[in-house]
Design a protein around this ligand. Structure first.
Ligand SMILES: [Zn+2]
Length: 119
């Protein structure tokens, strides 16, 4: 059975109780920079190590040598009539959204490349 949650305007998100689940209806804007769609994390503990390339690192969090793996994670701007906020989308949810929005993102990324070429 589908569960319905309360529809909350973005301006009222801060006044919701901690841990409460609710629905927002918003326009999503994806990042323009394709590099911002994933980050590299420790393959053992998932710690974000802020290292730009895939290699073996010594993870400070789990204190051992591990290979970095890419993980889908990105911020989106969410906007409705009441205001705007930033959402973080990760893992499976992100991959699901990206496959829906992949064409749009690809188009935006190529527009950006075109802009860079023109200037
Ligand atoms: Zn680790």
């Amino acid at each position: 059975m589908k569960k319905w949650y309360l529809l909350v305007p973005i301006a009222n998100i801060d006044s919701q109780q901690d841990g409460q689940t609710f629905t927002i209806e918003a326009k999503i804007t994806f990042p323009i920079d394709l590099k911002k769609f994933c980050m590299l994390v420790c393959s053992n503990c998932g710690q974000d190590v802020r290292y730009p390339t895939i290699k073996e690192i010594h993870c400070m969090n789990c204190d051992q040598k591990n290979l970095l793996v890419p993980r889908c994670r990105f911020d989106v701007d969410l906007k409705d009539n009441s205001g705007s906020t930033i959402g973080i989308i990760m893992d499976k949810e992100g991959e699901k959204l990206l496959s829906l929005a992949g064409k749009e993102i690809y188009k935006r990324a190529s527009d950006l490349v075109l802009l860079l070429f023109k200037s």
